[in-house]
Design a protein around this ligand. Structure first.
Ligand code: FES
Ligand SMILES: [Fe+2]
Length: 385
């Protein structure tokens, strides 16, 4: 082996140690693993209307989603317990989903079987003991959310706690709201660490109004632990991005921004300037092991009569997301050959925390012990971006 090549290989393996520092298991151990026991956005609200049965996939579970007469959404596993016929091909009436194969009927909200047409009057079979898989379902912020407790949609016991469905924080009664989405051809982990990666901005999102390579400078950001996540503490937004300069110009107030990440997949960002605010949430939701969907929702009350924020969200937002999507598409070409990665220093610390949080959460689920949080107290991270 040529000496230079040997040195390069050693560096590669040494940096694997570097990557694993502080991680109980290799980051790839839990990579691609789904986190059960969380709410995930299944569809946009406007994709589910009338008596139509809509399809969605979350964590590789096929779902049939609809609304009852009162508009309340429901989510069933899209598989009939009789012979696996997708319930979404069936009929929906009042609160009953009827399978199109043999007409078995199920309660839309609980999945309980209500009627089996082939049974004779003297049949001993108790059809009410049969269930189609069912998932708690709520509507918030323009999304239909499903609580993915387990892959089969087994009924929850009284001991199971279903937390409230996620809600975008808002800070005044009147505001504007916008939604964006994109499919990302990668595992949920790559989607999420891409979301919290500060170092790609000047290379992927180059634009005169945001970042250029020449605008790279030293950053120091304070972080603190949150239950199931971590927070980039409130701070003045980066001086090197034009939207924040505009914000300061129009509100006349110094702006602060705060970014939270919480398991399983939510990144919240709040920008406050006096009475003005912009609140956004990005989720990266696993559809399959190799596909996830990014959903972005933003609400704001900044100058509703002057569409500067609307322009940023509707015109620049999609451009931003397209840049990220293109990067993920290209990265997926390399990931076919190499799923290992290097997480180096503070620029990749949040990615490392994500893997550690995920591993700690899975460990706590397995053992029933409280989760050992990887972020033990306030800490400053430094990088250049
Ligand atoms: S497969 Fe659904 S009723 Fe038979
Ligand atoms: Fe990005």
């Amino acid at each position: 082996m040529l000496p230079a090549f040997a040195a390069a290989r050693r560096m590669y393996y040494d940096s694997r140690h570097l990557m694993n520092e502080g991680i109980p298991s290799k980051p790839t151990d839990s990579s691609g693993e789904f986190l059960w026991g969380f709410w995930y956005p299944a569809l946009r609200s406007n994709q589910v209307h009338g008596r139509k049965l809509a399809r969605a996939t979350l964590l590789e579970v096929p779902l049939v989603i609809g609304r009852d007469a009162a508009g309340k959404p429901f989510a069933l596993r899209d598989i009939c317990p009789h012979r696996a016929f997708p319930l979404s091909f069936g009929q929906f009436e009042a609160t009953i989903v009827e399978c199109a194969y043999h007409g078995w009927q199920f309660d839309a909200h609980t999945g309980q079987c209500r009627h089996i047409p082939s049974l004779t009057a003297d049949s001993k079979l108790k059809c009410e003991r049969i269930y189609a898989g069912s998932f708690p379902c709520e509507e918030r912020d323009g999304y239909i959310w499903a609580f993915m407790a387990n892959p089969e949609g087994r009924a929850l016991t009284s001991a199971d706690v279903v937390p409230p469905a996620p809600e975008l924080p808002t800070f005044s009664p009147r505001y504007k709201i916008a939604h964006l989405a994109a499919d990302l051809p990668c595992s949920v982990d790559h989607g999420i660490i891409g979301l919290m990666d500060p170092a790609h901005g000047p290379f992927v999102h180059q634009a005169w109004w945001w970042r250029t390579r020449r605008s790279i400078r030293d950053k120091a950001k304070q972080f603190e632990p949150l239950p199931n996540g971590f927070r980039m503490s409130p701070h003045a937004p980066s001086a090197n991005s034009a939207p924040y300069k505009i914000l300061k110009l129009i509100t006349g107030e110094p702006a602060t921004t705060m970014i939270d990440f919480v398991l399983a997949n939510q990144r919240f960002e709040q920008i406050r300037a006096g009475k003005y605010w912009l609140s956004s949430r990005t989720t990266v939701t696993p559809i399959r092991r190799d596909l996830c969907r990014l959903d972005f929702v933003a609400a704001w009350n900044i100058l509703p009569w002057f569409p500067i924020v609307s322009f940023i969200i509707h015109v620049l937002g999609p451009r931003f997301i397209r840049q990220d999507t293109e990067v993920i598409e290209k990265q997926s070409l390399g990931l076919k050959h190499e799923d290992r990665m290097m997480l180096v220093d503070d620029a990749d610390r949040q990615a490392r925390w994500y893997f550690e949080l995920k591993a700690a959460h899975l460990e706590s689920q397995r053992t029933g012990q409280p989760m050992r949080h990887p972020v033990t107290g306030p800490v400053t991270l430094r990088w250049r971006s």
